[in-house]
Write a protein that binds this ligand. Structure first.
Ligand code: F0G
Length: 458
């Protein structure tokens, strides 16, 4: 059959509320056109993030009921530990409340002033944790990974020549190296097994520990199965185990491929580092057998980590983004190609050629999608990344003006997607009427979350 169906049926439903375009126009104005400030109740389809927004299965909810809430040595911890160890193969498994807590612990042990940490592309919290410890966060993704329309099967790959060159001169100041699978900041693009293998080899040469940012590891594994020679007949657990076998450890936000609403962990092989991490964990997250999570959270995570490896699920998951991508391309909308695992990224510069970066075309698109159809997306462009020029009021714009529609796992059906596609295409048809924005107030950092905007007049 050609029709690919959602590989689940629905046992519990959550109502979504329709609002009118007029109501949404007023809501937007009231929150100074900042989509983060819109109450979720007023959103029809929420594509703000795929993080912690997924639906748990009946098995996960069943597991929640048998969570062991013992402070120390909880039964649920051992189930969770076994699941991570079976799937990833690491020796020490340390739970944290989410990904950035794992990053904070890792980098507070390893990153220091004057040091540099390479990655394909650091996610913003990863970068922030590196920089907070006064080390430099370097992005070495392949050049193809920075060109939206460029087709490449593994656009998340590390530029190995660049990394080799950098390590040759600077290996003494590199305390740890990382690779993010899939590469979220670059469009949810996968990294090939060969690239992981070669990256690991480079680090090994200089005895530098190599860690994987594993948030979307199952999606990455399925891309390897589909696209990399020699992996078509391998199972997802086999591919996942092989990916992690090249690394010394990983940080994980289980809010993505853990299929839970909250959770994370650090997994690693080094005994001394693990002991140090556990000591830091106790300071802020909790005892090492719960690390900021309830026993029931650990139960749900142990089940979710195994469910996410299901091929029916992964096939449907990757096809969702691809399906939306195909329809948008057909209608003339420019997106990052090929589509990645968890999201579709629209090129807002192409969508609104008449709106300059200084008037934030991505911000316009986010507002128009909400106004037209109640859809929430996120700007990843100059609102998020433009930098103030020293001694001038002008900003240096971001390289790309993107709008990300990230898909919660197992939450929306195909008709939700068809509706979203229709909204985007209608918005595209009316693009000439759209106006840019100016920022009328902003906080000192991370301005996209709270800044106030006003449509430019004219
Ligand atoms: N690493 C990557 C690649 C991520 O995408 C995220 C979160 C984190 C680390 C941090 O994990 O949120 O559990 O602390 N990404 C979310 C997003 C927020 O919307 O892409 P966390």
């Amino acid at each position: 059959m050609k029709t690919l169906i959602e590989p689940f049926k629905i046992k519990m439903v959550e109502a979504v509320r329709q609002t009118t375009e007029k109501e949404r126009g007023k809501i937007l104005k009231d929150v100074h056109y900042n989509i983060f400030m819109v109450e979720a109740e007023h959103i029809l389809i929420d594509f703000l993030t795929d993080s912690g927004t997924g639906a748990m299965s009946d098995r996960q909810w069943g597991a929640v009921m048998i969570g062991d809430e013992s402070y120390a040595g909880s039964r649920s911890f051992f189930k969770f530990e076994k699941a991570v160890r079976d799937i990833m193969g690491f020796k020490h498994i340390i739970p944290t409340h989410q990904g950035r807590a794992a990053e904070r612990i890792l980098f507070s042990m390893l990153a220091k002033k004057g040091q540099a940490i390479p990655n394909n592309t650091h996610f913003d919290t990863t970068r922030a944790n590196v920089e907070y410890n006064e080390a430099e966060a370097l992005d070495f993704v392949i050049p193809e990974g920075q060109i939206p329309e460029k087709i490449h099967p593994f656009k998340g790959n590390m530029d190995l020549a660049k990394l080799a060159e950098f390590l040759k001169k600077n290996h003494q100041k590199v305390p740890i190296g990382m690779t993010t699978i899939t590469n979220n900041s670059g469009g949810g693009q996968p990294v090939s097994m060969e690239n992981i293998r070669q990256t690991a080899k480079l680090y090994k040469k200089y005895n530098i520990p190599f860690f994987i940012d594993a948030c979307r590891f199952a999606e990455n594994a399925y891309f390897i199965k589909l696209r990399e020679k020699g992996y078509g007949d391998k199972s997802i657990p086999e591919i996942a185990l092989e990916m992690f076998s090249h690394a010394d450890g990983c940080t994980m936000s289980a809010k993505k491929d853990g299929l839970v609403n909250m959770g994370g962990f650090i997994a690693l092989n080094d005994d001394r580092l693990a002991m140090q991490a556990r000591n830091l964990l106790i300071l802020t997250e909790g005892f090492p057998s719960y690390g900021g999570l309830s026993g029931r959270d650990l139960e749900a995570l142990a089940v979710g980590l195994r469910e996410v490896l299901g091929e029916d699920y992964l096939k449907y998951r990757l096809r969702t983004a691809e399906y939306m991508g195909e329809k948008l391309i057909e209608a003339g909308v420019s997106i990052i190609r090929p589509t990645g695992g968890h999201a579709v990224y629209i090129d807002a510069k192409h969508f609104y050629p008449h709106i300059p970066s200084s008037q934030y075309p991505g911000q316009t698109l986010v507002c128009e999608l909400y106004k037209k159809g109640g859809i929430r997306a996120v700007e990843i462009g100059s609102v998020m990344f433009a930098r103030k020029q020293k001694g001038s009021k002008q900003e240096k714009p971001a390289v790309m003006e993107l709008v990300r529609l990230a898909f919660p796992r197992r939450v929306y059906t195909q008709s939700h997607f068809d509706y979203a596609i229709e909204v985007i295409i209608e918005t595209f048809k009316q693009r000439k009427k759209a106006r840019g924005f100016e920022i009328v107030w902003e906080p000192p950092f991370l301005r996209h979350f709270t800044a106030h905007f006003k449509p430019v007049s004219g």
